[in-house]
Ligand binder design. Structure first.
Ligand SMILES: Cc1cc2nc3c(=O)[nH]c(=O)nc-3n(C[C@H](O)[C@H](O)[C@H](O)COP(=O)(O)OP(=O)(O)OC[C@H]3O[C@@H](n4cnc5c(N)ncnc54)[C@H](O)[C@@H]3O)c2cc1C
Length: 289
């Protein structure tokens, strides 16, 4: 496994923002992942796992860490009876395809979440009333000390939250699914995707939801829309005209532009509704919000 230096993170994030990672590796097995983590520990370097970078904003100056993106067998998916076993780096689209081919339902909600099995554990990703917590059985977690299986209880999943600490990498995930006909799965997925297309910017560079939905009758997007922020722009970062809880990279947006937009959005939501919006997007590389 090669360890590359100064790999540009903009290439690994859906929003296309981010400077270089001090070191970058694509481990293809648990043994390679353990080796990479030991390499980082030996140098006192923190470790960051990146999935498809679909909920990440990385600093323009880069990240002083070893960034790992799981590949090879750590990005593969198989089924065993009604259990879907996904490598931590397996894209949700691949896992959904495998589940459907095996006649297994329960993962359809993930069709709208452009991340990986491991990133989904970290974020307890969810949509359309389903989330990782609802189907996850256990996850193989690797850190500098070695690897261990963690149960659903140990992972303590709740709304966009897990107990995973920085440096803990999810290498494999097991999901309990249920028997469902392929054409029913297809129909549900088509319906969810059409709904997404109608309400969210699906063909723009974004990092997904900027803020978590607050305890309020309006969701974060509705609050920000009511603040008149749709289309508001700083540099090349734009609050999506389609859905105000998304920031689009309209050209060569910088992380600082996105952060400035986030600050303005939070300020306005507080001023007009008394709501303090909590960040959902994960920040990398010393960004503060
Ligand atoms: C258009 C769009 C729509 C979206 N819609 C939804 C939605 O409906 N619901 C929803 O929940 N999210 C949504 N998201 C956000 C995002 O897709 C999810 O949070 C997803 O689960 C992130 O997965 P990822 O693999 O891309 O993780 P990344 O964005 O790469 O990383 C996110 C966090 O997870 C950590 N991480 C990644 N991989 C691992 C691993 N293997 N082990 C440990 N930690 C890891 C990272 O360090 C980081 O802290 C959307 C994003 C976009 C761009």
């Amino acid at each position: 496994m090669k360890i590359e230096e100064h790999f540009t993170l903009a290439r690994l994030t859906t929003v296309g923002i981010g400077g270089p990672a001090r070191a970058f590796a694509r481990p293809e097995s648990v043994a390679e992942l353990e080796k990479a983590l030991a390499w980082a520990a030996g140098r006192g370097l923190p470790v960051v796992a990146i999935g498809l970078g679909s909920n990440l904003l990385a600093a323009d100056e880069g990240v002083d860490a070893l960034v790992v993106r799981l590949a090879g067998e750590l990005a593969e998916v198989e089924t065993s009876d009604s259990v879907l076993i996904a490598g931590g780096g397996a894209p949700n689209a691949v896992a959904l395809h495998r589940a459907r081919a095996a006649g297994l339902g329960g993962f359809e909600f993930a069709c709208a979440i452009p991340g990986t099995a491991g990133g989904g554990v970290r974020m307890n990703a969810g949509a359309y009333g389903g989330d990782w917590a609802g189907i996850l059985v256990r996850a193989l977690v690797v850190d500098a000390e070695g690897s261990r299986w963690c149960s659903l209880d140990e992972l303590d999943l709740s709304y966009r939250h897990s107990s995973l600490e920085p440096g803990e990498v999810v290498a494999r995930v097991e999901f309990q699914l249920v028997s469902r006909a392929e054409d029913e799965i297809r129909a549900t997925v088509a319906e969810m995707q059409a709904q997404r297309k109608a309400t969210q910017p699906t063909n723009k560079r974004t990092f997904g939801s900027v803020f978590k939905n607050p305890q309020h009758e309006l969701g974060a997007g509705q609050l920000l829309e009511a603040c008149g922020l749709k289309g508001y722009r700083i540099g090349d970062a734009v609050i999506s005209p389609r859905h105000a809880n998304f920031i689009e990279n309209a050209g060569s947006a910088q992380a600082t532009d996105a952060l400035a937009l986030m600050a303005e959005a939070r300020r306005r939501a507080h001023e007009q509704f008394g709501v303090v919006l909590e960040r959902e997007v994960e920040l990398l590389g010393g960004l503060d919000f």
